[in-house]
Design a protein around this ligand. Structure first.
Ligand SMILES: Cc1ncc(C[n+]2csc(CCOP(=O)(O)OP(=O)(O)O)c2C)c(N)n1
Ligand SMILES: [Mg+2]
Length: 426
């Protein structure tokens, strides 16, 4: 993979990190003015994680953010006003005022699945999204984030195992910010590198400095492209630090002062500004222009949000229970006709062969539908009743790849050369 970014890409990463921080600073002000209805979580000092990982996705790819991933939403194209209005429970917000935090998505345009509060539950959900994309021949990748604490939930392990065994094109970002509420990571996981959790599922992993946005982006890009190319899911641990309490209500007095000071000195935006300045990509004038652009944007977005009405009282009972088509269409918009995605009319060859996946026989014999390459090669006799296209699909199906050699190849191709992207693990 090309390791050098274009100047525009370098500056995009800077812009989105600054925007991420400015959006959250604005929300802190709104919170103190009592205008935020729900909880407010901060990603101060973690901006390089959300921005660097989401920037590695293509437009058609899918993501599902967690509470500290507002930066990822901004990169994907969510306007700041939606983030403000959502937290203020305004009527024009994506959930029309029914939620006071970040539980919103956009399935149709931006390909964002709403966060699920139960930690870890997005892992099997996004695995399903990745599998659906593959089934439809879309070559998409799905991504979600999980914290160090969330990586100890049962569903993290069930979900990752499921993704691994299905070879889903899925990237899981493990955002290790050293704390889960007031529990330090050392007191809940006996591992130095949470990337090692991937070993249990036989999938590749990376461990990267989460305060170095370029390292995060390059590693995430490599992970995304490997997943897209059929190597299966990848776990990407980013090491960073939660600089504020769990949410606004938590003064985080349990965090040792020296530890906080160490990470404050490693602020991802300050580090990146130094890098860009040394590389002569950012001068005082361009920095000022970016600051002014963000200030003007957020002033307009904040005005819009503040002027949006609260939902009418009568609306409280609407949309609580879905009543079918008079509520919303239940059929997914992306559905393709069944005949188009099943033999003999299938036009998407990619769905029939997935390297290294399973070797079980389909129960219905040679004329049964073939799913994800899980049937062995069958001898098809000339006089059987198998339709021609099905017979052809069976005959040309790729031979299963020996898992060992595929694993070796994957590990070899994963050698990331950046200083901060430290190791590839199997
Ligand atoms: C299954 C589950 N258990 C507990 C909680 C309550 N809870 C919400 S956030 C949180 C701490 C999460 O820590 P971590 O995963 O490290 O993420 P961070 O807050 O550091 O970003 C807890 C315990 C939850 N939402 N879901
Ligand atoms: Mg944490």
């Amino acid at each position: 993979m090309k390791k050098e970014l274009t100047k525009q890409q370098y500056l995009d990463l800077y812009y989105y990190m600054r925007l991420n921080r400015a959006v959250e600073d604005t929300m802190v002000k709104l919170f103190r003015q009592n205008k935020i209805v729900g909880g407010l979580y901060s990603s101060l000092g973690q901006e390089a994680v959300s921005v660097g990982t989401a920037y590695a996705l293509e437009k058609k790819d899918w993501l599902a953010p967690m509470i500290r991933n507002i930066g990822a939403l901004l990169v994907k194209g969510v306007p700041p006003r939606d983030v403000f209005m959502q937290h203020m429970a305004k009527y024009d917000s994506p959930t029309k005022g029914k939620d006071g935090t970040s539980h919103f998505g956009d399935l149709e345009n931006l390909h964002i699945v709403s966060p699920i509060s139960m930690l870890g539950d997005l892992i099997p959900v996004m695995t399903g999204v990745a599998m659906a994309g593959r089934y439809l021949g879309q070559r998409i990748v799905s991504m979600t984030w999980i914290g160090d604490g969330g990586s100890s939930t049962g569903v993290f392990h069930e979900g990752l195992n499921f993704a691994a065994v299905q070879k889903a094109p899925f990237v899981l970002v493990l955002e290790n910010n050293q704390w889960a509420y007031s529990t330090p990571v050392k007191r809940q996981v006996p591992l130095d590198n949470l990337a090692d959790r991937a070993k249990a599922y036989g999938i590749p992993s990376y461990s990267v400095d989460g305060n170095d946005v370029v390292a995060v982006y390059i590693t995430a890009k490599e992970a995304v492209e490997r997943a897209r190319n059929g190597e299966g899911p990848i776990l990407l641990e980013v090491k960073t630090f939660r600089r504020l309490g769990h949410a606004q209500h938590d003064p985080a007095e349990y965090v040792p002062k020296q530890m906080l000071a160490y990470w404050e000195a490693r602020d991802p935006i300050a580090l990146y500004e130094k890098f860009l300045t040394e590389k002569k990509m950012l001068v005082e004038k361009s920095k000022k222009e970016i600051e002014e652009k963000i200030a003007a944007l957020l002033s307009a977005e904040r005005d819009f949000a503040e002027n949006s009405p609260m939902p009418p009282a009568e609306f409280a009972a609407h949309g609580v229970y879905c009543s079918g088509d008079d509520c919303h269409k239940i059929a997914p918009k992306w559905q393709r006709p069944m005949a188009e995605v099943t033999p003999p009319k299938s036009s998407v060859s990619a769905v029939w062969t997935v390297k290294g996946f399973g070797s079980g026989k389909a129960s219905g014999g040679p004329s049964a539908p073939i799913h994800f390459g899980d049937t062995e090669k069958h001898e098809v006799s000339k006089d059987s009743e198998v339709p021609e296209a099905v017979a052809e699909a069976i005959q040309t199906k790729a031979k299963p790849v020996a898992v060992k050699s595929a694993a070796k190849k994957a590990a070899k191709s994963a050698a990331v050369s950046t200083k901060s992207a430290r190791k590839v693990r199997r």
